[in-house]
Write a protein that binds this ligand. Structure first.
Ligand code: COA
Length: 251
């Protein structure tokens, strides 16, 4: 458990489990403890019939700056063990049995962007920016993004995002199919929770079948997550990745 993730069931939005990043002083960078808490929350939601939709939110101006680079640096210098927490979270997200809605206001970096590839509806404020600087950090795409993103947005936009590290505005992310709607910054939380509550009120069995049909084969995504993780692990320990993490710490 960590208070950097808030898990709650807002009374105004019945049937919704909210998972909120709450580490604004570090731009909601995600630590190992945060991954563990999110994985536990996703598994608990699957097991609880009273929860019928999940919502992810960040804080004002920031969804998440991605993985905590201190944890990456620790793994780079030999700490090890980091990847399992990330994998457990990704498996729980990809296998989630209830619909997942996400709301972004501002920064969405690294896994703060790729998480939405596994959400069913994403609402972002007009000032949001999506960016995955994997290669700039001497890393490779993760979260099954190398499989899902090209299918969703085509090779060129997926390459621009995942390999070239180009930033996507909210409008560009919508055009690429990464997100559903663009709203004003003050509207993200309410719209995300209302959308999740609307899904939570639908006949759950029909919604589950519809969602499974739309999402397709999850085993294929899990297999790609594992393939990416093999490269990612090796890259984390490379001299060029370590240099990139140290450069961030020194800046
Ligand atoms: N890991 C660890 N700490 C992070 C972080 C991350 N991913 N992102 C931000 N932080 C920390 C900063 O070190 C800083 O801490 P400090 O106040 O103790 O110095 C604090 O959060 C605020 O960040 P700062 O860089 O001062 O804010 P900014 O508005 O100038 O820039 C970002 C915000 C997100 C653009 C910038 O911090 C950044 O590029 N972060 C790294 C993003 C990244 O590469 N993520 C991994 C993707 S795989």
């Amino acid at each position: 458990m960590t208070d950097h993730i808030i898990v709650e069931q807002p009374s105004a939005h019945p049937g919704v489990q909210l998972i909120r990043f709450n580490r604004p002083e570090k731009k909601n960078a995600i630590t190992r403890a945060m991954y563990r808490t999110m994985a536990d929350a996703l598994k608990a939601a699957d097991a609880d019939p009273a929860i019928r939709a999940i919502a992810f939110l960040g804080t004002e101006g920031c969804f998440s700056s991605g993985n905590d680079l201190n944890d990456f640096l620790a793994a780079a210098v030999g700490g090890g063990g980091l990847e399992q927490e990330i994998l457990d979270f990704l498996y729980a997200l990809v296998k989630a049995e209830k619909p997942v809605v996400s709301g972004v206001d501002g920064l969405a970096i690294g896994i703060g962007s790729t998480i939405h590839l596994h959400c069913d509806l994403t609402i972002a404020s007009s000032r949001s920016q999506f960016r995955t600087p994997f290669v700039d950090l001497a890393l490779v795409p993760e979260a099954g993004s190398s499989l899902v993103a090209p299918r969703l947005m085509g090779h060129q936009r997926a390459f621009a995002m995942l390999a070239a590290g180009e930033a996507f505005s909210a409008a560009e992310a919508k055009e690429a199919g990464l997100i559903w709607k663009v709203v004003e910054p003050g509207e993200v939380d309410a719209m995300t929770l209302t959308t999740a509550a609307r899904l939570a009120a639908k006949p759950p069995q029909a919604l589950r079948i519809a969602r499974d049909l739309v999402r397709g084969d999850r085993d294929e995504i899990i297999a790609r997550i594992d393939e990416e993780a093999g490269h990612f692990s090796a890259r984390l320990k490379s001299a060029e990745a370590r240099a990139a993490f140290e450069a961030f710490m020194r800046r």
